[in-house]
Structures are given as structure tokens and as C-alpha cells.
Design a protein around this ligand. Structure first.
Ligand SMILES: Nc1ncnc2c1ncn2[C@@H]1O[C@H](COP(=O)(O)OP(=O)(O)OP(=O)(O)O)[C@@H](O)[C@H]1O
Ligand SMILES: O=P(O)(O)OC[C@H]1O[C@H](OP(=O)(O)OP(=O)(O)O)[C@H](O)[C@@H]1O
Length: 215
């Protein structure tokens, strides 16, 4: 039988909790867990991908619904997807950080009137510095952002932190907090109408699970 919904499942940090949630909803995810390189599981309606690709697939209708971080949705705010639920896992914080001691970002702004910010989150960072009235040159890096202020590539970073371990091990301290992020359930707007019964049922069952766990 064809599954009623196709769901975009994030790989990486959000994958374990996402598969645990799907298991609790009665989807048997054993095949996904056992196949690290396989991407499409048509029999159970699961497609796996990088979290930052989830909004792309859901907006296009290649997946009816998907799960990704609020950080990803904030960065890709132009995507036409509906955010249906906060799933309360994948907790992390978007912050500005720089090396411990006198803040090099403050110093750069004072001396040059501009600060270099390294980040994977280009729009989030540029919007934040614009909104706070500071001139920033946003330098794109693809990962391990914490390296940038240690090497002189930038005075500060905009990045996620969860336990704080990565920042601590690299001698960085949090300077500003932009927002908290958790995993969110999103839906394609057309699927949300055409498959309303299946999506409403899923949302209700996730809410029930949360109530059961809270109680
Ligand atoms: N340390 C963390 N603890 C908890 N959740 C995190 C952490 N880091 C990131 N996340 C959440 O998990 C998502 C995916 O992070 P992960 O590092 O696994 O992917 P990635 O390889 O960086 O993916 P992409 O290339 O799509 O950005 C983030 O967008 C965020 O919502
Ligand atoms: O506070 P912590 O618990 O140490 O987590 C923070 C780290 O997690 C994320 O990295 P990720 O694993 O996504 O790797 P990345 O460098 O490729 O983004 C984030 O970019 C930090 O580097």
C-alpha cells in the first residue's frame, strides 16, 4: 500500500530523534536505520536529506511534510511552507561568539566601523547586524565555523551552540543570543489542503504523544 504522506527526514543531528518520533507514530524505521547511504524509502514514505534541503523538497511538493530546525527555517524565510508544530527536540541556540577576553568584534567596530562575521547562516547574520545597526562583512564558511576567529578570518561568528563544548574547546565565548531553535514539522501548502485528513491526523497523534509524555 502507498503511504498516505511522503515525509522529508533530516540526516545528521536531528535524525535520531526524528526516527524515534516516527517509530512512536507506528512507522517502522528499521530499514532507514540499517541503510546509511540509501536515501529513498518509498514503502514507508520517507526521504532522507540534509536538514537545509528539507524546505526545498517540501516547498516543491517532492515531500508532503518534513522536519527541520527552526534555524534552517529562519535562514530560508522566503520558502513557502507551513510550519505546523514545534517538536521540542534538537534544542540549540543561535549566538554571536568571539574569542575570550576583550571582544575583538567590539574593537573592530570601534576602530574601523565594520566587523567581519563568519557564518553558515548568511541571511540570519546579515539581518541581525543590520537590525542592530552595525555594519558587518559576512564571510561564508561551510562548517567548523569556530575556526574563523582563531585564524583571523573574522572577528566573530554567528553559529549554533548546544552543549557549549565546541566553543569552549576553541576558547570562544557567547556574546549575544539571537534565538533558540528546535525541530519543526513543516508542510507543503497544497498537500496541506489536498491531504488535510492525513496531515491533521499526524499532527493530532504527535500532540497526543507529547501529552502522554508530559503526563
Ligand atoms: N549541537 C547541536 N545539538 C542539537 N541540534 C543541533 C546541533 N547542531 C545543529 N543542530 C540542529 O540540527 C540541524 C542539523 O545539524 P547538522 O550539523 O546535523 O547538519 P549539517 O550537516 O550542518 O546540515 P546542513 O548542511 O543542512 O546545514 C541544525 O540545523 C540544527 O537545527
Ligand atoms: O555546543 P555544541 O554541543 O558543541 O554544538 C555546537 C556545534 O554543533 C554544530 O556543529 P555541527 O555538528 O552541525 O557541524 P558543522 O561545523 O558542520 O556545522 C554547530 O555548528 C557547532 O559547531
Amino acid at each position: 500500500m502507498t503511504p498516505p504522506l511522503t515525509i522529508a527526514v533530516p540526516r545528521g543531528a536531528l535524525m535520531g530523534d526524528t526516527l524515534d518520533l516516527l517509530d512512536r507514530l507506528g512507522v517502522d524505521t528499521a530499514e532507514v536505520r540499517a541503510n546509511d547511504r540509501k536515501l529513498l524509502f518509498a514503502d514507508i514514505g520517507i526521504v532522507t536529506m540534509r536538514p537545509s534541503d528539507v524546505p526545498t523538497y517540501v516547498e516543491a511538493g517532492a515531500a508532503d511534510i518534513g522536519i527541520t530546525g527552526k534555524d534552517v527555517l529562519t535562514e530560508q524565510s522566503e520558502r513557502e511552507v507551513y510550519e505546523l508544530l514545534d517538536l521540542h527536540y534538537g534544542f540549540c541556540r543561535m549566538v554571536v561568539a568571539s574569542v575570550d577576553g576583550p571582544d575583538p568584534a567590539v574593537e573592530a567596530l570601534r576602530r574601523l566601523g565594520i566587523v567581519r562575521i563568519a557564518t553558515k547562516y548568511l541571511k540570519t547574520a546579515s539581518r541581525y547586524f543590520e537590525a542592530t545597526g552595525r555594519q558587518a562583512e559576512i564571510v561564508e564558511v561551510k562548517g567548523s565555523v569556530e575556526l574563523a576567529p582563531l585564524t583571523g578570518l573574522a572577528e566573530a561568528i554567528v553559529d549554533l551552540t548546544a552543549t557549549g563544548t565546541t566553543m569552549r574547546e576553541n576558547g570562544l565565548v557567547e556574546r549575544e543570543h539571537l534565538f533558540d531553535s528546535t525541530a519543526r514539522l513543516i508542510a507543503n501548502p497544497v498537500a496541506h489542503k489536498l491531504k488535510a485528513a492525513a496531515i491533521d491526523d499526524l499532527v493530532a497523534r504527535i500532540r497526543d504523544l507529547e501529552l502522554t509524555r508530559a503526563g
